[in-house]
Design a protein around this ligand. Structure first.
Ligand code: GDP
Ligand code: GDP
Length: 434
C-alpha cells in the first residue's frame, strides 16, 4: 500500500502539467506493458525509492474553465479526508487570487502536511515575486516550474519525508474492498455481509474513527473488509460525484488484496466501472466482478449470462481471466459464492509455484513455441521462475530479453494461466538477461 498525495488548486495554475511530469515515465512503461487506457488524473510515482499515488483533483472538477467555488471547496475537502499529504498549487504569473485565499483558509485548519507550491517560477524574477504567497498563512513555500522541472526535486525530497511507510500486515487474512460506482449496491452488499449492527455504530457521531480495516468472521471465512468509512458520509454528500467515488476507490484499492467490483446489472459495465477495474489491475490487486441487481433483469433466458459475460470480457481485454458472478444483494442470491470466490482469488494471488515444477511445465511449451526471430536474432529462453513478490510475477531468463515482444509475453502469460490457476489475479512477465 502506498501513500496518497493530492494536488489541489484553482484551474490553470498548472496542476495537470505537474501531474504529468511526475507520472509520465512510469505510465509510459505501464502503458507499453498493458496497452491500457489510463485515467489522466490518477497515477503512481516514486521518489528516492518511495512510491506514492498521485491524484490531480482538478481533473475531476466539472467545467474547469469557469469553476464554481463550491466545486473547489468539495475537491479540497475530499483531498483533506482521503490524502496523506496535499500539494496546494498556486501560480506565480497571476499572484495571489481570492480563490487561493479561500482554499488556503480550508487548508490552514488541516493537520495533514500541506505543501504550498508556487508554480510557473520559470526565472529568478518570478522567484522574487513569489514572496507574496506568504500572505496565505501556510508558511514556507516551494518555487517550481512544472514546464522546465526546476524546483520539483526539492519539493519531492520534502514530500516523501512526511509520507507514511507502507503499513506492515498484521495478519495473513484476506483484505477485501467493495468498490464500484455510486448506487451499484455497495452499502447494501456490505450490510448483507456483515449485518446491520455496523450502521448503529457508525451513525453515532464521534464514535467512529476513520476505520478502514475491520476484521470479520462470516460464512465460515475470516477476512478484513476495507471500507473508507464512506457509509456515514454518504448521507452528507448526495451528489453523484464521480470524483468522490474515484477517491474512495483509490483509498480502498490501495489497502486491499482483492477488490469486489460491484456493478448495477441494469446499467452495465460502462467506462466508469472500467476505470475502477484498471485502477485495481494496475495496482496488482485481485478482482472479482459482481454483476448486482440480477433480480431486476427480466429476460434471463439461458444466453443472457453468457452474453453479459462476453461483453464484460471484451471491455477488460487482455486481462480476461477474472471471475464474473451474477448476484442479487436484495434476494441474497450468490452472496456466499461471492465471498468464496474472493477467498479463492486471494489464494491465487499469494500462490507460490515451485521453480522446478514451473520449469518442467513451461520449458517444453517454450521449446515447441519459441519466440519468433526478431531482427534476425534468435531468443533462447533457458530458465524461468516466480519472483518472491507479494503478487505473482515471473521472470524468464534468456540471451536477448530486449528482443522478446509483447505478443510473446502475452503468450507466456496465457500458458501460465492455462497450467496454474491465477483466476482474478494480474500477473507480470519479465524477460531477464542470463
Ligand atoms: P490546471 O488547470 O491547474 O491543471 O493547469 P494546466 O496544467 O492545464 O496548466 C495551465 C496552463 O499553464 C497551461 O497553458 C500550461 O502550459 C501552463 N503552465 C503549467 N506549468 C507551467 C510552468 O511551470 N511555467 C509556465 N510558464 N507555464 C506553465
Ligand atoms: P451504493 O451507493 O453502491 O452503496 O448503493 P446502495 O447499497 O445504497 O444501493 C443503491 C440502491 O440499489 C438501493 O436503493 C438498494 O436498495 C438497491 N439495491 C442494492 N442491491 C440491489 C439488488 O440486488 N437488487 C435490487 N433490485 N436493488 C438493489
Amino acid at each position: 500500500m502506498s501513500a496518497i498525495v493530492a494536488i489541489v488548486g484553482r484551474p490553470n495554475v498548472g496542476k495537470s502539467t505537474f501531474f504529468n511530469r511526475l507520472i509520465q515515465r512510469r505510465e509510459a512503461i505501464v502503458d507499453a506493458v498493458s496497452g491500457v487506457t489510463r485515467d489522466r488524473h490518477y497515477g503512481k510515482s516514486d521518489w528516492n525509492g518511495k512510491e506514492f499515488s498521485l491524484i490531480d483533483t482538478g481533473g475531476y472538477v466539472l467545467g474547469s474553465e469557469d469553476v464554481f467555488e463550491k466545486e473547489i471547496d468539495k475537491q479540497v475537502e475530499l483531498a483533506i479526508e482521503e490524502a496523506d499529504a496535499i500539494i496546494f498549487m498556486v501560480d506565480a504569473e497571476t499572484g495571489v487570487t481570492g480563490m487561493d485565499e479561500d482554499v488556503a483558509k480550508l487548508l490552514r485548519r488541516v493537520n495533514k502536511p500541506v505543501f504550498l507550491t508556487v508554480n510557473k517560477v520559470d526565472n529568478p524574477k518570478r522567484a522574487a515575486d513569489a514572496v507574496e504567497f506568504y500572505a496565505l498563512g501556510l508558511g514556507e513555500y516551494y518555487n517550481i516550474s512544472s514546464i522546465n522541472g526546476s524546483g520539483t526535486g526539492e519539493l519531492l525530497d520534502e514530500l516523501v519525508k512526511v509520507l507514511p511507510e507502507g503499513e506492515p500486515e498484521v495478519d495473513e487474512l484476506p483484505r477485501f474492498a467493495v468498490v464500484g460506482r455510486p448506487n451499484a449496491g455497495k452499502s447494501s452488499f456490505i450490510n448483507a455481509l456483515i449485518g446491520e449492527e455496523r450502521y448503529i455504530v457508525t451513525d453515532v457521531a464521534g464514535t467512529t474513527r476513520d476505520s478502514i480495516d475491520t476484521k470479520y468472521d462470516r460464512f465460515g471465512f475470516e477476512f478484513h473488509l476495507i471500507d473508507t468509512a464512506g457509509i456515514r458520509r454518504k448521507a452528507k454528500v448526495k451528489e453523484d460525484l464521480e470524483f468522490y467515488s474515484v477517491m474512495r476507490s483509490v483509498r480502498a484499492i490501495e489497502h486491499c488484496d482483492v477488490c469486489l467490483l460491484l456493478l448495477d446489472a441494469t446499467r452495465g459495465f460502462d467506462g466508469q466501472v472500467e476505470n475502477i477495474f484498471w485502477l485495481a489491475s494496475r495496482n496488482n490487486k485481485g478482482i472479482v466482478i459482481l454483476v448486482n441487481k440480477w433480480d431486476l433483469v427480466e429476460d434471463k433466458e439461458t444466453n443472457t449470462i453468457k452474453h453479459y459475460t462476453q461483453r464484460i470480457k471484451q471491455a477488460i481485454e487482455p486481462f480476461t481471466d477474472v471471475p464474473i458472478l451474477f448476484i442479487s444483494v436484495l434476494t441474497k442470491q450468490r452472496i456466499f459464492k461471492a465471498i468464496e470466490t474472493a477467498v479463492e482469488v486471494y489464494k491465487n494471488r499469494s500462490k507460490k509455484i515451485v521453480t522446478r515444477r514451473f520449469n518442467d511445465i513451461m520449458l517444453p511449451i517454450i521449446e515447441s513455441n519459441p519466440p519468433p526471430a526478431y531482427k534476425g536474432k534468435y531468443v533462447k529462453i533457458k530458465f524461468c521462475t516466480q519472483l518472491p513478490t507479494p503478487y505473482p510475477q515471473f521472470a524468464f531468463f534468456c540471451n536477448l530479453p530486449q528482443y522478446v515482444r509483447e505478443p510473446y509475453k502475452r503468450f507466456l502469460e496465457n500458458k501460465v494461466r492455462e497450467n496454474f490457476d491465477f483466476s482474478g489475479v494480474p500477473i507480470t512477465i519479465f524477460m531477464r538477461k542470463k
